[in-house]
Write a new protein. Structure first.
Lengths: 306, 262
């Protein structure tokens, strides 16, 4: 009988322990859920990330009063938990490899598709230095094909071959969005400045004429938006304006002659020389890129206390 | 035997309690919104303002437009807007137009190429646009600029329709005469599709910069010349065209005070 009584006491004690655990568990679980990532602590210290105290609406006093009123009372719901997540993604001393695809936007006659990549090293979290390279594939537009039909003219066009550059990056801003107020999306704004070389090639107006290439010094500026997906993965949309002085096919190529009177229309050196002296033109190519950023090392750790 | 009975009894009593405990083990954050005390900067508010838009990639004439906009936000994430665009620069030629103009003869004998003046006359440009659009705003949040300036932001997609007025210098110059005409400017008020993306950058609770990038999709024959090779210019020469417009507005919201979410 004693044993039976002892057994029942143990059972009741167990039940009591189970209820106490049940009451404590949600609080213990709160940081995991609230932070949304491995770095999210429960914190009430002021932070630029939260910055909800600048809300100056009429409801502010009520909002600030609430925690005081709730002090000492058992926590009941998400309304009683304050969460300040840290910056979601750190780039300092990390290498970014970003393959991209792009398209030219501002030429109605010829469109170029571009495939290439960026390689950037982040000196700080907002400054990077890197290199970019891309290869172009041309496509003549329908407008180009209509020039002949409608005006009996043949447009003078150059196609892009490839481009490489050194580039500096700066991140002037970062932010976060609530997606349907259910998920947080972290993103930043990127600026780029670069200097490099672009190779272009003339598209001869007359079928069968030889072409020549140009190696032009090109500067570019860019602006973009980057979304952080994982600790090592980002998605970006970037617009870049490439500016350079290019040489187009000499308009008087058919009548070009050597000093001895022979035709020079298929002497590439002579055509190029004549083109350089009379057909140089400042060009702006505005391009849009989509890229995927892969980061090495694939993870990062915070160095400052919470 | 009694020991066994006691353990069995204990098990039977404990099981439902454990099951209930598991069931009730639910984080208080389970149904929490991702952002609390959020400024609902759009919900049930009117938005009005004006700005400038510029066309991108037009064949013959670029357009700088004055663009008033009025919208009503039914919720924080959906709104209905009306947008106008009035071209202030009907003579702003594209570089391609200048190239064509420079290459065509201005007088004298010409076998097939039109005279520059005739070619110019039938090239059309945007006169005005009147658009309606639904805006869907899935993303809203904050941005820190150079770690010191903070702004509320939202991104949205827009879709709708409207009309676009197309104008030209001379719809039917003498050189185009014929039945049907050899060339004629496509000047009309045409239905257009309207799709794009936009963003608000809030300067305060009641004022914001509003960027929009839209594509107006309509049938056009921008050159006013034969397209399909039948040597005449008629409705068979119309083609669907994409007409990109980038705009920047300053918008104001009423009521001036924004609500704050739970």
């Amino acid at each position: 009988m004693k044993r039976l009584s002892l057994g029942l006491i143990v059972i009741l004690a167990n039940l009591g322990v189970a209820k106490v655990s049940l009451a404590q568990d949600p609080e213990a679980a709160a940081p995991d859920k609230a932070g949304g990532d491995k770095t999210a602590p429960v914190d009430t210290s002021p932070s630029l990330e939260l910055d909800l105290t600048d809300v100056t609406g009429s409801e502010t006093p009520e909002a600030t009063k609430k925690p005081t009123e709730a002090a000492g009372a058992p926590r009941k719901s998400w309304e009683d938990i304050v969460v300040v997540p840290r910056k979601a993604f750190l780039k300092k001393h990390r290498l970014e490899l970003a393959p991209f695809a792009g398209i030219t936007l501002n030429d109605p006659l010829i469109r170029h598709y571009s495939f290439g990549g960026d390689l950037n090293y982040y000196i700080t979290d907002v400054l990077s230095i890197g290199a970019e390279g891309q290869y172009f594939i041309k496509e003549l537009s329908e407008r180009e094909s209509l020039v002949g039909l409608q005006y009996y003219l043949v447009p003078t066009l150059n196609k892009l071959k490839y481009h490489y550059a050194l580039a500096f990056g700066y991140v002037p801003g970062y932010g976060k969005f609530g997606l349907f107020n259910k998920w947080i999306v972290h993103w930043d704004l990127t600026f780029a400045l670069g200097l490099g070389m672009i190779r272009t090639e003339i598209i001869p107006r007359a079928f069968g004429d030889k072409s020549f290439t140009n190696d032009d010094i090109v500067g570019h500026v860019g602006v973009g938006v980057r979304l952080f997906v994982l600790d090592w993965l980002t998605l970006s949309v970037t617009f870049r304006d490439y500016m350079y002085k290019d040489v187009f096919e000499f308009k008087g190529r058919d009548g070009l002659v050597h000093s001895d009177g022979s035709s020079a229309s298929n002497d590439v050196a002579a055509v190029k020389s004549a083109s350089q002296s009379s057909q140089s033109q400042f060009v702006q190519n505005i391009m849009m890129f989509f890229s995927i950023g892969l980061y090495v090392p694939p993870s990062f750790s915070y160095r400052t206390p919470r | 035997m009694r020991k066994v009975i006691a353990l069995l009894l204990g098990g039977i009593v404990c099981l439902p309690a454990m099951a209930r405990a598991e069931k009730e083990r639910k984080s208080p954050l389970t149904d929490a919104p991702v952002i609390r005390k959020r400024l609902e900067l759009r919900d049930k508010r009117f938005e009005f303002g004006v700005g400038a838009g510029v066309s991108i990639g037009q064949d013959f004439y670029n357009a700088l437009l004055v663009m008033p906009k009025l919208s009503y936000h039914f919720t924080d994430w959906i709104s209905l807007a009306g947008v106008g665009g009035f071209n202030m620069t009907p003579s702003w030629k594209s570089s391609f137009n200048n190239d064509i103009n420079g290459a065509l003869p201005t007088g004298g004998a010409t076998i097939k190429s039109p005279y520059a003046a005739d070619a110019q006359a039938t090239m059309n440009h945007i006169g005005y646009v009147l658009l309606g659009q639904v805006e869907f705003i899935p993303l809203s949040g904050k941005i820190a600029l150079v770690s010191s300036l903070f702004s509320y932001f939202d991104f949205y997609v827009l879709a709708g329709g409207g009309v676009v007025n197309l104008a030209a210098k001379d719809a039917m110059p003498g050189a185009c005469a014929g039945s049907p005409p050899l060339c004629q400017a496509f000047t009309t008020t045409e239905l257009t599709g309207n799709a794009g993306v936009g963003a608000h950058a809030f300067l305060s609770h009641y004022a914001a910069l509003n960027l929009e990038f839209r594509d107006l999709i309509y049938k056009n024959n921008a050159s006013g010349r034969d397209v399909n090779g039948d040597s005449v210019t008629d409705t068979h020469d119309l083609q669907w065209s994409n007409n990109w417009i980038f705009s920047l507005n300053v918008q104001f919201f009423v009521p001036f005070k924004a609500k704050i979410s739970r």
